[in-house]
Design a protein around this ligand. Structure first.
Ligand SMILES: *Cc1c(COP(=O)(O)O)cnc(C)c1O
Length: 407
């Protein structure tokens, strides 16, 4: 039986020893300068190394204000923040929570960790976010909440999800780990749901290495989340008085002081990433078979978080060369491309051992087969570097011309 397989031709490609198309690396992340050294030193010398340094309360106030919410609760990371958000809303055993399959695993494990059942519903193939029609169709008698993710920094359809939650009396929790500063209709994400949950882990667009925060405008939810994160203490209560089942999920002053500087830089970086993302979109419009998600920008998204630049690869425009081979060729050329999530998260072993509902997710499966990502720090480069990336992509596509017969 004879079969046609496709390969990249060896002409000039860096993966076969040719010259690299992109000679400079993208800007290093995280970025820091002397103001960060000074901020860390101030905490060091204060002798208040734990979660009660004044920078923690200042971060909570300023981050919440920036994201148009009344309260901020700084936390150890963006995973416990989701668990605490769910627990504060009273979600637990017997409850179902709808969640998308294209996200980091914590969006769903947090649901299982509070004893509830993750219910996976397919994505919209353009935004890669939850498809609101399918959310609506798959609400059951046990559905209590939706954990909606703003994948790559693109807000989910909040017009629809807010309305569905209002009509069906569901809790909306926004997982904003990709979406610091993103806006839907000029309103910052995280402020639409009962809680907005953010991560400050090293790869995110605001980071202290580790860290997280919840925002909410509900006084009672804020007090509950704060209490759970601080050993069940209550505001104004005695040190050894513990009213609820809590844990220790506090953020330190070292982290908060770094994050205050990161918050100062965020608006400028959001704009820079937007400009570079637009330049890249323009460049890719001249390359067949590589389409950003979504293909056309949604006017309701007045600020994209740009945590990832997400592209779909169509091998038919690349002479059937595999996505993974193209990613390897791009990496060799100096393009920091990756193939993204290997599979929808429900395919992880752990979900065989916990109650889970998986509705048909063919769009999520197709996305993982075709995705190519660029990281957010690539969008902090200068214009020339973005032009070089586009040239490198064109160089690799030119090499996709040769078809080799194999048996
Ligand atoms: C990173 C991430 C998290 C978890 O945040 P950590 O701070 O790493 O615990 C949750 N959800 C999404 C979508 C993420 O990307």
């Amino acid at each position: 039986m004879s079969q046609q397989t496709s390969h990249l031709s060896k002409n000039h490609l860096a993966m076969f020893g040719g010259p690299k198309a992109v000679t400079q690396p993208p800007p290093e992340w995280p970025f820091f300068d002397d103001s960060d050294r000074a901020a860390l030193n101030a905490v060091l010398e204060s002798h208040v190394w734990g979660g009660y340094h004044s920078s923690v309360a200042e971060l909570e106030k300023r981050f919440a204000e920036f994201h148009e919410a009344k309260h901020g609760i700084a936390l150890a990371n963006g995973t416990v923040s989701l668990e605490i958000a769910l627990a504060s809303c009273g979600i637990g055993p017997g409850d179902e929570v709808i969640v998308p399959p294209i996200t980091f695993v914590a969006s769903a494990t947090s649901i299982a960790r509070v004893g509830a059942t993750p219910v996976f519903v397919d994505i919209d193939p353009q935004t890669i976010n939850l498809n609101p029609d399918l959310v609506e169709q798959n609400i059951s008698d046990r559905t209590r909440a939706i954990v909606a993710v703003h994948f790559a920094g693109h807000p989910v359809d909040l017009d629809r999800l807010v309305e569905i939650c209002r009509q069906r009396n569901l809790v909306l929790i926004e997982d904003c780990a990709h979406a610091h500063g993103a806006q839907w209709h000029d309103q910052r994400v995280g402020s639409f749901g009962s809680f907005g949950s953010f991560s400050f882990q090293a790869s995110k667009n605001m980071t202290a290495g580790e860290g997280g925060i919840l925002i909410t405008s509900d006084d009672d939810l804020a007090e509950r989340a704060r209490s759970i994160s601080n050993q069940g203490r209550r505001t104004g209560g005695a040190w050894y008085e513990h009213q609820t089942l809590g844990t220790n999920a506090r953020l330190t002053g070292f982290q908060a002081s770094l994050l205050l500087n990161q918050l100062d830089r965020l608006p400028e970086q959001l704009q820079l990433r937007t400009d570079r993302a637009n330049q890249l979109r323009e460049g890719l419009s001249r390359v067949e078979g590589l389409t950003p998600t979504p293909a056309t920008l949604d006017e309701r998204v007045t600020m994209h978080g740009n945590h990832l630049f997400s592209i779909r690869y169509d091998r038919s425009a690349w002479n059937e060369v595999s996505r993974d081979q193209v990613v390897a060729a791009l990496q060799a050329e100096g393009v920091p491309a990756t193939s993204g999530y290997p599979h929808p998260i429900y395919r992880n072993q752990l979900f065989n051992e916990h109650p889970t509902v998986v509705h048909q997710c063919s769009e999520a499966e197709a996305y993982c087969q075709s995705s190519i990502w660029l990281p957010h720090n690539a969008l902090l480069a200068d214009e020339k570097w973005i032009d070089d990336i586009v040239s490198a992509i064109q160089k690799v596509q030119d090499a996709a011309g040769t078809v080799i017969a194999a048996s």
